[in-house]
Design a protein around this ligand. Structure first.
Ligand SMILES: C[C@](O)(CO)[C@H](O)COP(=O)(O)OP(=O)(O)OC[C@H]1O[C@@H](n2ccc(N)nc2=O)[C@H](O)[C@@H]1O
Ligand SMILES: Nc1ncnc2c1ncn2[C@@H]1O[C@H](COP(=O)(O)OP(=O)(O)OP(=O)(O)O)[C@@H](O)[C@H]1O
Length: 284
């Protein structure tokens, strides 16, 4: 073990408690309104800083995604380029979050890398500067950098912190990869949900505009939703494939989890309006 190893930087997952598609921009991207909340279910990263400038990543996910395509190394390189630092880092990733499920693991890993290295390299960028670098890596990176549950507009970069109910969730992870680009390119995707104002936020009908089409095209998602909805209010997060059921207590979530039939997988987590990454920073 390297002696200057800084350990256990959390990269939490997020849920989109709702995801409304309000329109399509001329560049093809969609205008969204969404409510992001973190859950206490996280990847974990370790960092050892060096003076040679080299960046290396150790991760079991290399079998699935080449290290050169990993958002962690892309984030570290972006921070080097932006700040001109000559420092580098050896990075270890303990991957827990299912990939491509709409819970934002890749974006969260990128955000944790930016926040941790900004701290460990002492490059002193502001949160806004880090969020700007992060946005170029993915629409969901800024909310992970800010670390507060938020109502988001635009493509997810205009963030207003909100206090959402910190429920317990049973999250099901259908074994299917849903392509975000494919969902947004679907001609039948509804794109006309009226925009909510902040005042209507908590009282309005929360839904996910991507859910009906994804459920139609991916029977595994439809099956997970059909089962979960029998026990709790349930929705899809992001563009899927994960779906979550909402519970008041851990016990209620556990009772339902215990009934999970063969062929469905999932986990229990608690919603949290302050990200475990932000909590880690304040504990230093
Ligand atoms: C749907 C969300 O998960 C909500 O949290 C995110 O906005 C998705 O963010 P992401 O996974 O980082 O997605 P990106 O990699 O930026 O986009 C993938 C593709 O989805 C489409 N896309 C994405 C976001 C958006 N607001 N409008 C789009 O039309 C674009 O074709 C884009 O090329
Ligand atoms: N560190 C990383 N962790 C996960 N995926 C990564 C990582 N780096 C690059 N990727 C790529 O990004 C893709 C999307 O990953 P991610 O797990 O963030 O999807 P997601 O949960 O659907 O995210 P979102 O909700 O932001 O759409 C993966 O399929 C993988 O190819």
């Amino acid at each position: 073990m390297t002696s200057n190893r800084s350990t256990a930087w959390p990269a939490p997952a997020k849920l989109n408690l709702f995801l409304h598609v309000n329109g399509r921009r001329v560049d093809g991207y969609h205008e969204l309104q969404t409510l992001f909340q973190f859950i206490d279910y996280c990847d974990s990263l370790d960092f050892a800083v060096n003076d040679s400038g080299t960046l290396t990543l150790h991760s079991e996910m290399e079998a699935v995604v080449a290290n050169s395509d990993n958002l962690i190394l892309k984030a570290a390189k972006s921070l080097q380029d932006y700040t001109g630092t000559h420092q580098g880092a050896e990075i270890w990733l303990d991957k827990k979050l299912p990939m491509g499920g709409g819970i934002g693991g890749g974006s969260s890993d990128a955000a944790t890398t930016l926040v941790a290295l900004n701290h460990l390299w002492n490059t002193q960028l502001s949160q806004d500067e880090l969020a700007k670098i992060g946005l170029a890596l993915g629409a969901d990176v800024p909310v992970f950098i800010n670390g507060l549950a938020a109502f988001a507009e635009g493509v997810g970069e205009k963030l207003i912190p909100v206090e959402a109910p910190e429920n317990w969730y049973l999250i099901l992870t259908p074994d299917v990869h849903v392509s975000t680009a494919e969902v947004f390119n679907d001609p039948l995707l509804p794109r006309d949900t009226p925009k909510l104002s902040m005042d209507d936020l908590m009282s309005s009908d929360w839904h996910n505009d991507c859910q009906p089409r994804v459920a139609e095209r991916y029977p595994q998602v439809a099956k997970a939703l059909a089962w979960l909805i029998e026990y709790a209010p349930s929705r899809m997060t992001g563009t899927g494939a994960c779906v979550f059921g909402i519970f008041d207590t851990r016990q209620q979530a556990e009772q339902v989890f215990a009934k999970l039939p063969a062929g469905l997988c999932g986990f229990i987590a608690k919603g949290t309006n302050k990200s475990p990454l932000a909590l880690r920073l304040t504990q230093r």
